[in-house]
Design a protein around this ligand. Structure first.
Ligand code: DX5
Ligand code: ZN
Length: 222
């Protein structure tokens, strides 16, 4: 199943509830929330209190992308705030197995995010424990950046590696995605598309979501 996860990073932060409701009504499958700490990435965004408020505005699963140092400290806080999916960066976690185990013990979906230049094979010894993998297609920190083309190749390699191990782990892709590159990403093997600026900076966000959902419906695999 191919899923659309709008990232509200490029929405008007004074009206986040409206943005989330619009995305849900237009057909989004989950809501992607970018948590930035000003250390792992040079930007600051939402804390657990904001996530808990956003959670109340939607029935959709909340996908929390932790771009923070020491993710182990933050996992329980965002679990408490209502995160359904939690991803941590491989580059930020000193105790990857411990952090992933913690997310799973808390009953949430556990994912690892990789920056664009991080080798995918770093996941070798933890692959089978993962509920999803988040491939960054921009350098994390800001919305509205240009998609890095080598991501296509990385997704194809990761998809064939996962299948070769007889595993079924969805690949989420995040950064610079729009209706023009979505189709190829799905063909590469991506199953969750995170889309920020091309929805929320558009004149007609509902139309962009509809267009993306049309592309996904066409490419949807059983
Ligand atoms: C970047 C974030 C992304 C971002 C994607 O650090 O992780 O989720 O919001 O936004 P666009 O689609 O604008 O690149
Ligand atoms: Zn993100």
């Amino acid at each position: 199943m191919i899923r659309l996860a709008p990232s509200i990073l490029s929405a008007d932060f004074s009206r986040i509830g409206d943005a989330v409701r619009m995305a849900e009504d237009a057909g989004a499958d989950m809501i992607h929330l970018d948590i930035m700490d000003g250390h792992f990435v040079p930007n600051l965004t939402l804390g657990p209190q904001a996530v808990a408020s956003i959670k109340k505005t939607t029935q959709l699963p909340i996908d929390v992308h932790l771009m923070v140092e020491k993710p182990g400290f933050f996992i329980p806080l965002f679990h408490e705030a209502g995160a359904d999916w939690i991803s941590i960066h491989v580059e930020a976690s000193t105790h990857l197995h411990r952090d992933i185990s913690l997310i799973k013990e808390l009953g949430r979906k556990a994912g690892i995010a990789l920056n664009p230049a991080t080798p995918i094979h770093l996941l070798n010894d933890i692959l089978k424990d993962l509920d999803y993998i988040l491939i960054m297609s921009v350098n994390p920190g800001f919305g509205g950046q240009k998609f890095i083309d080598s991501t296509h190749q990385r997704i194809r390699q990761l998809r064939s590696w996962i299948s070769g191990q007889n595993l079924s782990i969805p690949i989420e892709v995040d950064g610079g995605i729009n209706p023009a590159n979505a189709e190829n990403l799905i063909r590469d093997g991506a199953e969750i598309l995170v889309v920020g600026a091309s929805i929320f900076a558009a004149e007609d966000p509902v139309r962009v979501i509809s267009r993306l959902k049309e592309i996904m419906a066409k490419e949807n695999r059983p």
